[in-house]
Design a protein around this ligand. Structure first.
Ligand SMILES: Cc1ncc(COP(=O)(O)O)c(C=O)c1O
Length: 766
């Protein structure tokens, strides 16, 4: 379907639409001329407040025409024309705004209004045809500027309706029309998806692998917008970006400094590069929330002593410089590092810095994140090595799934050679890229370029309002001697010179100031010990909800509500959490979060509370669980169920065991690459957990919660690692006691024997 300019309506704000005078008549004719002569559609709005409402709820407007002279008696809301104009220009730098006014009124229009409008139309001068033509000219110019370069060329190509004689085999969608299943798919997605699914042999669209033509232009624009020297579009996710980065810089036996809290793609990067990893250990608070690594972990001293202590690195290799550092920024729970401090530390001893910002592509577009992202601008002229950043543009911006970006900034003395990087890029790329994914990266860039600051401000404000609402409800409930969920966030904020409760600080203040979110030693709400000042902050849009049962000191109360029960309940209400820990669960606010979605969340949480307080039957709260395991859960009340699991955690010291397990970096018995080679050579076997002591897993093991590797492939389950063994045993027993609560553990296979679940790990053969 071709999208025409009719899809881009003009908003006209005037009180004269229905008036039976010359002005009303002229306005009516203007609307007719816009429709008949220029095929435009028009939204009439009768006052400034209504105009503001329409503008705020639509991003498809092609121009706004505002009557400057609506008499005060005709508009009763808060808006006047000046405020409306400023609102519109503040949210959209480019949309044409035309002022409809009397010649005489011109003198009264303030200069700062004249500066932001696109043109004035004098009501009684010029013909109606002229006014309509003028509006149309602005509309056409604006619409042409909306499409970024690659997407624009793709749309143009698709609209040329060429006969395809090239791959993909469906040839513009035609191939689907020959069988019912194909037709169903065609109907579901619509023609444009297929018309724009093209082969790399279409010259008009350039080449992704060479970064030429409009694809190259789009990548260069993304580099400018995201603050990089080079940006590469990567179509197999940040998993692939991470591997491209590492492949481009490391070879066999190089040393890398890696955040233990790293994504599994980095483990695979270690495997394919055959490097030696030394690890930085993230802090954890008593709630089990993973915090930042200590600043001291980045010091040259600390790095050198880890390399010296590494039993696997041969003596003759120990003095080499670290080739790459990899740090997850922000963490799952939304902890972002002040990268300026990190760079200052690491530049002494590391040749390349890699920030894995899979969940954080938006940071550059809002001042609240100043200095807390890899491509931060402040140190453009300072001394630093090349910096690599991976962004899952698809995760929290608007690209299609798997569409990611790799950003690179030259070092101050070491420059990156794009031809060298491209060798690694091509090694991991397909020669048949999906053009819609490329377009989605181009469009995500343009959205951020055009009004990323406004979009981010909205998301942050909404997240803060939700935080405050939850906190208010919790206070209200506490006052009534009842309970509600809390948020993991600052409790007291230095506002207007005094310590103020978080929920009483204006949301606008919290959204426009970084300091309330920055961790400090003094303000200990975060629970991380010896927290360095001005070193890390909480991202306001990552919402960690706290369930009752565990206090800040890590003490379990008499009663409690394990978070996985709440997250299972939320799923029933169509709300899927990002992750659930023992007593906290995480939700993300992003560009796709609406107020309606937030309301449903609050309603669902309040309903959970009612069911819990009434000890309602589990059949009502978690029907699927009862249906799957009636022998365990039939006739059990929700509160009793929560209590039973809570007691189990308490009696079996589950949290202590988890804490102890994650303090340990097990001894490496072999490099990650060597353990993988044993998989390839089929020198591996499944070993049951009970027999795991003194064995070496061949692949990484990552339990959720907390979602960080408990063991890497090639590490030894020896006496030092016993707390890891104990924690896995505790997880296995828990699953047997409470079926339906199996947590995800990457690298663990489950088998059933005699009605019991047994964990098995893929180990290197002895
Ligand atoms: C820190 C981190 N890095 C990389 C990735 C991989 O990203 P993608 O899903 O785009 O491959 C993830 C995915 O969850 C992640 O959490």
């Amino acid at each position: 379907m071709k999208i025409t300019k009719r899809a881009w309506p003009v908003l006209i704000v005037s009180a004269q639409f229905d008036t039976k005078n010359d002005e009303g008549f002229r306005l009516g004719s203007l609307v007719d001329k816009l429709k008949d002569l220029h095929a435009l559609s028009v939204y009439p709005s009768f006052d400034y407040d209504d105009g503001a409402e329409i503008f705020m709820s639509r991003s498809d407007l092609a121009a706004v025409v505002i009557d400057w002279d609506i008499p005060a008696s005709d508009h009763c809301g808060l808006m006047n024309p000046e405020a409306l104009l400023k609102l519109i220009r503040g949210r959209n730098k480019n949309i044409p705004i035309l002022l409809l006014t009397e010649r005489l009124a011109m003198a009264n229009i303030p200069t700062d209004v004249l500066e932001i409008i696109s043109d004035t139309l004098w009501k009684t001068a010029d013909t109606i045809e002229f006014h309509a033509g003028r509006i149309d000219t602005f509309v056409m110019e604006y619409i042409a500027s909306i499409h970024p370069v690659f997407f624009g060329e793709l749309v143009k190509y698709a609209h040329e309706y060429k006969y395809a004689w090239h791959t993909p085999g469906h040839m513009g969608g035609e191939g689907f029309l020959h069988s019912p299943a194909g037709r169903a798919m065609y109907n579901f997605y619509g023609e444009n998806v297929f018309r724009s699914d093209l082969s790399i042999s279409v010259p008009e669209l350039g080449s992704l692998l060479d970064h030429s033509g409009v694809v190259g232009e789009a990548e260069r624009n993304s580099a400018k917008v995201f603050g990089a020297d080079y940006t590469y579009y990567v179509l197999n996710g940040t998993s692939n970006v991470n591997q491209i980065i590492w492949r481009s810089q490391l070879v066999q036996d190089d040393i890398a400094l890696v955040d233990r809290n790293c994504h599994k793609s980095l483990n695979y990067a270690m495997v394919i590069t055959d490097a030696y990893p030394v690890y930085m250990v993230p802090r954890r608070n008593k709630r089990g929330i993973i915090g930042p690594c200590r600043l001291s972990e980045f010091s040259e001293e600390s790095i050198r002593s880890k390399i010296q202590a590494h039993p696997g690195i041969p003596i003759e290799l120990k003095d080499q410089r670290v080739k790459m550092s990899a740090l997850t920024n922000s963490t799952y729970d939304g902890i972002c590092y002040n990268v300026i401090h990190i760079k200052e530390q690491l530049q002494q001893s590391v040749e390349n810095l890699h920030f894995d910002e899979a969940w954080y592509a938006y940071a550059r577009f809002h001042p609240i994140y100043t200095n807390h992202y890899g491509m931060a601008d402040d140190d453009r002229n300072s001394d630093h090595p090349p910096i690599f950043c991976s962004h899952s543009t698809h995760k929290l911006l608007t690209a299609f799934s798997q569409a990611s970006m790799m950003h690179i900034r030259d070092g101050s003395t070491v420059k990156v050679n794009p031809d060298e990087i491209n060798e690694s890029y091509m090694m991991h790329g397909s020669t048949s890229p999906q053009y819609s994914m490329i377009a989605s990266l181009d469009v995500a860039t343009k959205m951020m370029e055009d009004n990323g600051d406004v979009l981010l401000e909205d998301v942050i404000l909404e997240a803060i309002r939700l935080r405050q609402k939850v906190t208010h409800i919790a206070r209200e409930m506490k006052f009534k001697k009842s309970w509600f969920f809390e948020m993991w966030q600052p409790r007291i904020v230095d506002y207007a010179g005094s310590d103020t409760a978080f929920e009483n600080v204006p949301a606008e203040y919290l959204a426009s100031n970084q300091h309330p979110w920055v961790f400090s030693r003094k303000n200990t709400w975060h629970g991380f010990d010896n927290m360095e000042d001005n070193y890390a902050m909480l991202d306001p849009i990552k919402l960690t909800f706290i369930t009752p049962g565990l206090d800040d000191e890590g003490n379990l109360a008499e009663t409690g509500i394990p978070a996985s029960i709440v997250s299972d309940y939320l799923i029933k209400h169509g709300i899927v959490c990002e992750k659930a820990d023992y007593y906290s669960f995480l939700l993300l606010n992003s560009l796709g979060t609406t107020r309606a979605k937030q309301c449903s969340l609050l309603t669902a949480l309040l309903k959970f509370k009612v069911l819990y307080d009434d000890n309602a039957p589990l059949e009502q709260a978690l029907p699927k669980l009862v249906n799957d395991y009636p022998e365990h859960y039939e006739s059990v009340g929700l509160r009793d169920h929560c209590h039973e699991i809570h007691q189990y955690f308490k009696e079996h010291h589950m949290l202590d065991k988890m804490q102890a397990a994650f303090q340990i970096i097990p001894d490496p018995a072999m490099k990650p690459a060597d353990s993988y080679h044993s998989v390839v050579r089929k020198q591996v076997e499944y070993v049951e957990l009970e027999a795991m002591m003194d064995r070496i897993p061949a692949v990484m093991m990552v339990p959720y919660p907390p979602g960080i590797p408990i063991m890497m492939g090639g590490e030894s389950m020896n006496e030092k690692a016993r707390p890891i063994f104990d924690y896995l045993m505790a997880m296995q027993s828990f699953e047997n006691r409470f079926p339906g609560y199996e947590s995800d553990i990457h690298g663990v296979r489950r088998i059933e024997r005699d009605g019991q679940v047994h964990f098995q790990m893929f180990c290197v053969q002895e």
